[in-house]
Design a protein around this ligand. Structure first.
Ligand SMILES: *[C@@H]1O[C@H](CO)[C@@H](O)[C@H](O)[C@H]1NC(C)=O
Ligand SMILES: *[C@@H]1O[C@H](CO)[C@@H](O)[C@H](O)[C@H]1NC(C)=O
Ligand SMILES: *[C@@H]1O[C@H](CO)[C@@H](O)[C@H](O)[C@H]1NC(C)=O
Ligand SMILES: *[C@@H]1O[C@H](CO)[C@@H](O)[C@H](O)[C@H]1NC(C)=O
Length: 444
């Protein structure tokens, strides 16, 4: 592929008015969810048009430090035992957050790709404790993220992040960490709010893209026929990314929160049902089964198109990322914690657990279906529980610069859904790297 080749089929005729930017949607959804599901009330009306600030500086700068090596690990294992251990997969879900005085690889001033709303340090978040934790799995070691190792493993490859703004959040974390070792060049950008972008790391001929596709399947965001709702066609992938699969070697899918919004679902050309679609006269079917169908369709399509190809494909699905609203989303203190939860303090349950369960099951099914193809690997990045333990990692009011410059106002918008950069989401990429590192050791 030419790295500058335009993305196919990328019509943006359904682009959203600015007041419906996804993170605004995210901010209301978790709160609205309870009402939507149990007490059907209208979504709270918010107007934020005038509060959106220009964002998305797209030039990356490199920090002076090159790469970090892992801290020395004291281990009673012999070298052979250690290598044997690395050939087996690790259960990253079982572990705890431990203090780590090394802190992040980058900060908001060393990395220029951070979306404004997640650049917590530059927006004046006063506490820094949330930066000094690392995830320690109980049964294996999780090395510190090493950008050179990552780039070496993806040499001459194209990695694509596909999904919603959580996919973007994870992509930007990865770019910031990689940029500490090698300078990426932005080679393509399209779509409102930089929803489609591509970078090239000349040092390793590695290409990294992000594709906006909040349902994975074909959809119309915020259809304007009738009440505000999405339309999803659950048996067809969104060809804005599907059409590029030929040129993708590793894909990371990440969806979830957009499924909570009012929607009408279509399958096989007819209406399957809807979710919270007052005034549209369809049957309410919730969204878990719909998300299941969307993941199934995505995995099936990837398998059909890539399973038999010469190079195959590596497929990751990042599991559902919990939000942490504790109070009203537009009042100060919506996600006020400054420390991780301790083990046992917070249970994985409710919607977070259900969404993850759908993804666990569909990835297992996807692995079975891909078995016949030797060159296809699938893995769930099972980050739901470890992210649930990090109520301290969200921008909260620092989605906007210096929110308390004039004292605490009555209304303060909070983002308790996305993650500050740097922040706990860096761990997702640390796990991502560890999975592909173990794969490469195993295949040696
Ligand atoms: C960010 O990193 C740069 C370069 O390492 C450093 O000079 C600066 O003090 C850091 N800023 C913060 C807020 O930590
Ligand atoms: C987590 O790991 C610990 C230590 O190896 C083990 O005792 C425990 O049973 C594991 N928990 C789960 C849920 O797998
Ligand atoms: C660079 O990587 C692309 C895949 O992303 C590959 O098609 C191309 O051949 C590579 N170029 C070189 C010089 O290896
Ligand atoms: C709603 O759908 C039912 C069943 O399809 C139909 O009988 C009814 O006329 C519809 N009502 C409206 C207001 O369209």
């Amino acid at each position: 592929m030419g790295v500058t080749s335009p993305l196919k089929g990328q019509s943006y005729s359904h682009s959203l008015p600015r007041k419906f930017l996804p993170y605004v949607l995210y901010a209301i959804l978790p709160i609205a969810l309870f009402r939507l599901y149990f007490h059907p009330l209208p979504l709270p009306q918010i107007s934020t048009t005038d509060q959106l600030s220009p964002n998305n500086r797209i030039v990356l700068t490199v920090s002076s430090s090159s790469s970090f090596s892992s801290p020395p690990v004291t281990s009673s294992l012999s070298k052979e035992e250690e290598i044997a251990g690395e050939k087996t997969p690790c259960d990253y879900t079982n572990g705890s957050w431990v203090h780590d005085k090394m802190g992040p690889l980058y900060n908001g001033t060393t990395c220029g790709t951070i979306k404004d709303g997640q650049n917590c340090i530059s927006h004046g978040r006063p506490d820094f404790g949330y930066l000094y934790w690392r995830w320690q799995p109980s049964q294996c070691k999780l090395p510190r993220f090493d950008p050179n190792t990552f780039l070496n493993l993806l040499r001459n490859k194209h990695l694509a992040f596909v999904g919603d703004s959580m996919a973007r959040n994870q992509l930007e974390s990865l770019l910031c960490m990689l940029a500490t070792a090698s300078l990426p060049k932005l080679v393509y950008t399209n779509g409102e709010d930089n929803k489609f972008r591509r970078w090239h790391f000349a040092s390793h001929n590695t290409t990294i893209s992000v594709y906006w596709s909040p349902f994975l399947v074909r959809g119309v965001e915020k259809s304007n026929t009738g009440p505000d709702h999405n339309e999803l066609f659950v048996d067809n992938v969104d060809e804005r990314w599907g059409g590029d699969l030929d040129h993708i070697d590793t894909i990371v899918l990440s969806i979830g929160h957009w499924f909570l919004h009012p929607a009408v679902f279509y399958e096989g050309g007819s209406v399957l049902g809807c979710h919270y679609c007052v005034g549209l006269n369809h049957t309410e079917i919730g969204f878990y089964d719909v998300m299941r169908k969307a993941v199934k369709t995505a995995l099936k399509t990837i398998t059909e198109r890539k399973g038999g190809s010469d190079n195959g494909i590596d497929v990751f699905l990042t599991s559902f990322s919990p939000s942490h609203f504790e109070g009203e989303w537009d009042k100060a203190g919506a996600c006020p914690k400054t420390k991780p939860y301790k083990e046992g303090e917070k249970k994985l349950e409710g919607m977070d657990a259900e969404m993850r369960a759908v993804e666990v099951e569909e990835m297992e099914a996807g692995k079975m279906n891909a078995k016949q193809f030797g060159k296809m690997r699938l893995e769930l990045l099972d980050v739901t529980k470890l992210s649930l333990m990090r109520p301290d990692g969200h921008p909260g009011p620092y989605m906007y610069p210096n929110p308390f410059a004039n004292g605490v106002q009555e209304r303060v918008q909070n983002d308790c859904v996305h993650w500050c950069l740097p922040g706990p989401i860096d761990t997702w990429n640390q796990i991502f790297l560890d999975v592909i590192r173990r794969w490469s050791i195993k295949s040696r």
